[in-house]
Write a protein that binds this ligand. Structure first.
Ligand code: NOJ
Ligand code: CA
Length: 704
């Protein structure tokens, strides 16, 4: 348990040829990763990162520009430094596994300016076996009371022209398709944005995080941040010529600074996950480990669940969110203009409740239940429009919740804020209290549209606070939050485990209406190694009617049916939607059996194989049983996957119920070709499977 730590006080400015004043090195517990911190001759802080003798981050500087004071740049000296080793195992209340090892070596460097003001800045590094996290701490001090940060200047200077999986640095939305290019070829300013997006803002050649990079020798890196609290989200500005990223914080049109904080405070962690293969990126717990422990205590009121809902039918155009009301004297009024297409009716919701109860599905999401939908996308004056306590006349909240309770199903509330933040803030207490009264413990929130107040962006400091405060408030009413159009996930679920899931990616809904061909077959094989590293993903899988020609001829899902099933295991979320319509499931009882059986809360996760953007296979063990479930997906290429079942328990026999692509399956030509098979397997078993183009494989492993 040794910590290798070097403090090299070099030069002291005596020799004019010296570049380094003070240098410190820290290694990971297994000594594979080494971090080097030093001040250069001008007193400017720098760091470097090495992995198994390769340089991952070369000389990169650290600092800030402020609106109200001189920058933090150079002229620092090290006043003090300390190191420690930390090793704990904590437990996820729900998640991909129960036990999480949190083992790192930490270096705290206390800097002070040599100039008259003698302002102080601490930098804290934590080096894990799977990467590095560091953050800036602004301690309480005499000559610095409030920081108006114009820009954070954290460099990540790389040494290779990595293959990079990126979405543009959009201050407003993460719902973009991933591009795969060399680092030197990233061109976010010419990224073709989907016309259907209600909000988007890409001011720089930057990328949103997580951004994942694969090197020629197999090094895998992913850059992100952890514990984003009262600060702006960070995009990474790209310098294609110099193969480097630099922090570029999300701003606001209303201020010339990007972050405002009173001292003392600290920034989020800047994270670099480093592995030598793709599966280990998914297995990494670096992001959650860098967050503080659970502050909510007992969370037994929230149960991970599969859910159905009044949702896909609106995206297909079968029904609508709105009822057809009119605003009369500032009140939504039924003036007889109901169009009869409203989806969230008592009767329709009961149908979903019945179906869920029959199929081992714990929840039903109801969108379009409340007044205000008549004035949603495209309207500027959205404040005061949505009401989070008043149902439409054909939706009886009492009746529906009582019926659901009787059937052992929970109704999931929906709050589409339309990004009208003041209206939502005002109603939150009332709205969450209403949920508590009816025994609803989960809300899906939405923030479609440009943020009101105008000039703010989804990922700026004000909105980061808006999302975090909503979740903290919701917890008081025993409400868990699944946010759409959210700020990125940064592992806060560890601290506030009622932050259960979120969107923050191009979800299934795009397949219904994107007009750009939908999500390509490779989409989830990229998402698993990028967006999913940040935390749970509400992708909403399980579309069985892949072509849905009876609704929309020009749109479709671009995967096979077996691929849709595999997503229940591959894409992690403690709330996992069975997104298709009841009638489409009822017409397909055989594949439905997998959704019925599959777990949603896991005691163990094993990433069996995978390559970023190509394929991935994950096996997860259900918490409440001894059963394992396996999902494997591929991009547009067909491939043979060898499954080694050595992850199974010793001396146990399992019935493997297999859902695999049929011989002529193909995401476009024959997506519904699926085959079923049942055989027994044990730890020693090895089986080959063929995945079709855009295909997948799902297996329930029921312990005998
Ligand atoms: C966008 C969300 O992602 C989607 O799931 C939802 O149905 C609509 N907004 C309406 O709130
Ligand atoms: Ca969305």
């Amino acid at each position: 348990m040794k910590i290798r730590f070097f403090l090299i006080i070099a030069c002291f400015g005596v020799f004019s040829s010296c570049f380094i004043e003070q240098e410190m090195m820290l290694v990971s517990p297994n000594e594979n990763i080494m971090l080097d911190f030093y001040l250069d001759k001008s007193g400017k802080p720098h760091y470097e990162v090495f992995y198994k003798n390769s340089t991952i981050i070369k000389k990169s500087s650290l600092g800030f520009d402020f609106e109200n004071t001189n920058p933090f740049s150079d002229n620092f000296e090290v006043m003090n430094s300390s190191i420690k080793e930390f090793n704990e195992t904590w437990q996820k209340p729900w998640g991909e596994q129960i036990d999480v090892v949190n083992h790192y070596n930490e270096l705290i460097v206390e800097l002070q300016e040599k100039s008259e003001l003698k302002r102080k800045l601490n930098i804290v590094f934590k080096v894990y076996n799977d990467g590095v996290g560091f953050r800036y701490e602004f301690p309480e001090q005499k000559n610095f009371k409030e920081a108006l940060i114009k820009e954070e200047n954290t460099e990540f200077n790389l040494t290779e022209d990595y293959k990079t999986f990126w979405i543009p640095g959009d201050w407003d939305i993460y719902e973009h398709l991933y591009s795969t290019t060399k680092l030197s070829e990233i061109d976010a300013l010419n990224y073709k944005v989907n016309d259907a997006l209600a909000q988007t803002s890409i001011p720089e050649n930057a990328v949103n995080t997580p951004v994942t990079l694969v090197g020629k020798e197999g090094i895998h890196l992913s850059f992100h941040e952890a514990a984003l609290v009262d600060y702006s989200g960070m995009t990474l500005k790209v310098d294609p010529k110099n193969l480097s990223f630099k922090s570029n914080l999300v701003g606001s049109r209303n201020t010339t600074y990007k972050v405002k904080r009173k001292l003392p405070f600290h920034t989020p962690w800047r994270t670099i996950q480093i592995t030598d293969n793709a599966p280990d990126l998914i297995a990494s717990n670096l992001i959650v480990n860098l967050n503080e422990p659970n502050k909510l205590g007992d969370l037994s009121w929230f149960k991970p669940m599969k859910y159905t809902g009044v949702w896909w039918e609106m995206h297909l155009g079968k029904s609508s969110w709105d009822y057809g009301m009119e605003m009369v004297n500032g009140k939504w009024t039924d003036t007889g203009k109901a169009h009869g297409k409203h989806g969230a009716t008592t009767e329709n919701v009961k149908r979903f409740i019945d179906f869920s109860a029959k199929n081992n599905i714990g929840g039903v999401l109801v969108e379009g239940w409340n007044t205000g939908w008549e004035r949603w996308i495209g309207f500027e004056d959205r404040e005061g429009v949505f009401d989070f306590v008043t149902p439409y006349p054909d939706y009886n909240l009492n009746e529906v919740t009582a019926y659901a309770k009787e059937k052992g199903v929970e109704i999931i509330m929906h709050h589409e804020t339309s990004a009208a933040t003041k209206t939502y803030e005002k109603q939150q207490d009332k709205a969450y209290a209403l949920m508590q009264k009816y025994g609803m413990h989960a809300v899906k929130s939405g923030y479609v549209g440009k943020i009101l107040p105008k000039g703010e962006f989804h990922h700026g400091q004000n909105m980061v606070n808006q999302y975090n405060n909503a979740a903290i408030k919701a917890a008081k009413y025993q409400v868990a939050v699944n946010a759409h159009e959210p700020i990125k996930a940064t592992g806060l679920r560890r601290t506030y485990p009622n932050i259960i899931s979120r969107e923050g990616l191009r979800g299934q809904e795009f397949n219904a209406w994107s007009g750009d061909g939908g999500n390509p077959p490779e989409h989830l094989s990229i998402v698993a190694f990028t967006r999913m590293l940040a935390g749970p993903v509400d992708f909403t899988p399980g579309i069985f009617n892949i072509k849905f020609n009876e609704y929309k001829k020009d749109n479709q899902v671009n995967t096979t049916l077996a691929h849709q099933l595999a997503l229940y295991v591959v894409i992690y979320s403690p709330v996992q939607m069975a997104a298709d319509l009841v009638e489409h499931y009822e017409a397909n009882p055989k594949p439905l059996q997998f959704i019925k059986d599959v777990g949603v809360d896991w005691s163990e996760t094993k990433v069996l194989n995978g390559e970023v953007g190509e394929f991935v296979t994950i096996a997860r063990k259900e918490r409440k049983s001894e059963n394992w479930f396996l999902g494997s997906i591929t991009d547009e290429k067909s491939r043979e996957i060898n499954i080694d079942f050595s992850f199974l328990d010793d001396n146990a026999i399992y019935e493997a119920k297999v859902y695999k692509d049929g011989k002529s399956a193909h995401w476009d030509k024959n997506p519904l070709d699926i085959e079923f098979d049942t055989f027994t397997v044990k730890k020693e078993s090895k089986v080959k499977f063929n995945l079709a183009e855009g295909g997948g494989l799902a297996i329930s492993l029921i312990k005998k």
